[in-house]
Design a protein around this ligand. Sequence first.
Ligand code: THU
Length: 381
Amino acid sequence: MIKALLFDMDGVLADSEGLSIAVGIDYFASIGVKADESSFRDSLGCGERAFFDITAAKLGLSGSPYSYDEASAFFRKRYTELIRGRNIALPGAGIVEKARACGIMTALASSAPEWKVMANIEAVGLSPAYFDFIATGADIKRNKPEKDIYELCLINLGCDASQAVVFEDTKGGIESGKRAGCRVVSMLTTIGREEAELYANAAVDNLASIPDFSSSEELEDFLFPHSSELVRYGACWIKPLEKKLPYDAVLRAAIEAARKAWEHGYAPYSEFRVGAAVVSARTGRIYSGCNVENSSYGATICAERNAITTAVACEGAIGIDLLVVYSDDDPPAPPCAVCLQVIAEFARPETRIVLVTPDSEPVEYSFSQMLPRPFIFPKMR
Ligand code: THU
């Protein structure tokens, strides 16, 4: 359920990135340095300081004649002159009013200085009153890609991250929204589709590509059509197989696959063979692997990781419903800590880990029993 929309300004509501870059190029020209559009590519969307400092560094300037304070003053003067009387609304900026009419809260989260945010709001044809909260670069110490500006919005709106959708157009902005725990929709106004689809949860050409909606549910269905079918497995969202095969049969087949792999275990040094099998949640397929040791001991790869990497090579991101470890240890060997961390990337707390030996009954644990607090990279949580 979407309770709030959090908008970046430049490149999302306002067609101002080009204007900012033109003024930036003018500033560097004024100190005798030639910059072009590409000089600003890595510094967009992360606040004025980054806009100038990162670009200056890229141009090989570490001090005089470059000065951030002078650049900032130059920018404010020239930008204000250029924007006066202009309409810089990007198509679809009316979504802000539409959302409010449906009872969805709205916030603006721009790393730009406050004067620029206010000038842009006016030049877009909106009013500050259209937003339940406005955060600018002045409200935070750490700029995008840190999560602070979006977290500040969430706190002020009293909204849980899972119920807020961020609209962004730069890599740094997407990262910021993700780190705050929100779902992020990327505009294709500034970055390309490939990058947007890699980093954001959804991508649209611009806000005008979002059809009319009259409720939060309609908007959710358009932006995240499969979201209700997706289940989080560690760092991955997976659509699980609708009709699962009977568990007993799956377990038997997985044990047999792990046993066969165990027979192939390459363990001339430890003489301790291990086989493993994982069952993919999306397809129900079983992938196996065995340990592969090496003359340089540290280069050894465990059976579980070999099974998992094979599964990923065949399917892409996977969800693991069941993982079998086969050895002739007593008691049966569990996955090592490194393997548990790798399993964590693709497992749910209830994922079954079954330990098997040739002579004893299988022993079952849940993944959360084996690793109660797995580490998952913040933006993937
Ligand atoms: N081993 C595995 O295959 N999986 C584990 O989780 C633990 C250890 C293998 C690696 C090495 O070949 C042998 O067991 C002895 O450490």
